[in-house]
Design a protein around this ligand. Structure first.
Ligand SMILES: Cc1ncc(C[n+]2csc(CCOP(=O)(O)OP(=O)(O)O)c2C)c(N)n1
Ligand code: SF4
Length: 354
């Protein structure tokens, strides 16, 4: 028997809903409700937040505590709720216009801060509620009410922005690829941190018909032609790929790598000769001697620097000296020094450290 218990999470007494027949939003609402039900997320432990738009009406149809925020502010409200009530599950249901355009600034910074909330973006590539204007994700060339000759701006690539750093969770799916869609919902809900599901969906009335599609199903077939599923967890998605990008935090790996490098450096430093400032002066490049300079207690051999090649020796006044102060005030000075081999330590510094 088909399990219809997810309906307990919907306010069926408010039906019929406001959406046009064939609109993809119904599929988003239903499949998110199924995902929540499977994990036991309910009115006791879950809050839903929406912004403004046809998609933004979803929260009002869920049998959960819901906040219908001003346009573009769904993420700010969601993050605030999660901050004061970390015990609650917090989900966001909204549209690409609300989240990516007027709410774009909040999307960037919520993503950066990585709160444990899950966003389901009904990405119909248009501003539906207001009549079908081109929005942030409208593909180039699309004819809309505000771009009758075809949209000439490049769309916002959520797949690139929301996978640009670790940790992250970004999934792209469509309302047509139902099994894939369900997997993305479940994975996103289970992810600890900011997760974003970009659901390619249809606005048949104010986008599809202008594009020449007679039914929502024709639009679904178009999604099937435009996108293909890639299996497994990826570190990025191309513009025509449906799949999941999940990157874990890199903090621990970095800490280990640093320890290893530090260890090697210590061994290296122990084997280096100690030079006084007087002794350093001797290595000034004259009579075939190498050119040494001091920097932050270490001595570098900069003889191979292009500045000291050929007959005309430039800047010989710097050779054989402690240049710490000069290098610290020079743009990129430090980066340049580290290209040269470290050959010793300055005695003053080494003794001061004891
Ligand atoms: C501050 C403000 N600016 C503009 C609007 C008009 N407006 C309402 S919904 C909307 C677009 C919503 O687009 P999207 O999030 O893609 O939702 P859809 O209707 O396509 O589901 C706009 C521009 C508004 N309500 N408030
Ligand atoms: S206008 Fe478009 S997005 Fe809004 S309910 Fe109708 S089909 Fe859906």
């Amino acid at each position: 028997m088909i399990d219809r218990s997810y309906k307990k999470l919907l306010k069926l007494n408010r039906f019929p809903h406001t959406w046009c027949p064939g609109c993809g939003i119904g599929a988003v609402l239903k499949n998110v409700a199924i995902g929540l039900k499977e994990l036991g997320w309910n009115e006791q432990n879950t809050t839903v937040v929406s912004g403004i738009g046809c998609s933004g009406r979803m929260a009002g149809y869920m049998n959960l505590d819901a906040v219908h925020t001003p346009h573009g502010r769904a993420l700010t409200a969601a993050e605030a709720i999660k901050t004061v009530r970390p015990d609650l599950n917090v989900i966001v249901l909204s549209g690409d216009g609300d989240l990516g355009s007027i709410g774009g600034n909040h999307l960037l910074h919520t993503f950066r801060r990585n709160p444990d909330i899950t966003v389901f973006c009904n990405d119909n590539e248009i501003y539906g509620l207001t009549g079908g204007q081109a929005g942030p994700t409208t593909p180039e060339g699309t004819k809309t009410i505000t771009s009758p000759r075809g949209e000439h701006h490049q769309p916002l690539r959520l797949n690139r922005i929301l996978t640009a750093k670790s940790p992250c969770f970004y999934a792209r799916t469509t309302v047509y690829h139902v099994n894939h869609f369900k997997t993305c919902i479940r994975e996103a809900l289970l992810y600890k941190g900011f997760s974003f599901v970009d659901i390619i969906s249809d606005c048949i009335e104010l986008n599809g018909r202008r594009l020449g599609f007679k039914t929502a199903h024709q639009m679904f077939k178009w999604f099937d032609e435009r996108f293909h599923i890639v299996e497994g967890v990826r570190d990025h998605l191309e513009n025509d790929e449906l799949g999941i990008v999940k990157k874990e935090a890199e903090v621990e790996v970095k800490a280990e790598a640093k320890t290893e490098v530090e260890g090697k450096l210590e061994v290296l430093i122990e084997g280096l000769k100690l030079l006084t400032l007087e002794e350093l002066k001797h290595f000034d490049g004259t009579n075939g001697k190498p050119i040494y300079i001091g920097y932050k207690g270490n001595v570098y051999d900069i003889s191979a620097s292009p500045l000291f090649q050929g007959e005309k020796r430039m800047r010989c006044h710097i050779a054989g000296k402690d240049l710490t102060r000069d290098i610290e005030t020079a743009p990129h000075g430090e980066d340049l020094v580290y290209h040269f081999p470290m050959v010793g330590r300055l005695k003053v510094k080494a003794e001061a450290e004891k």
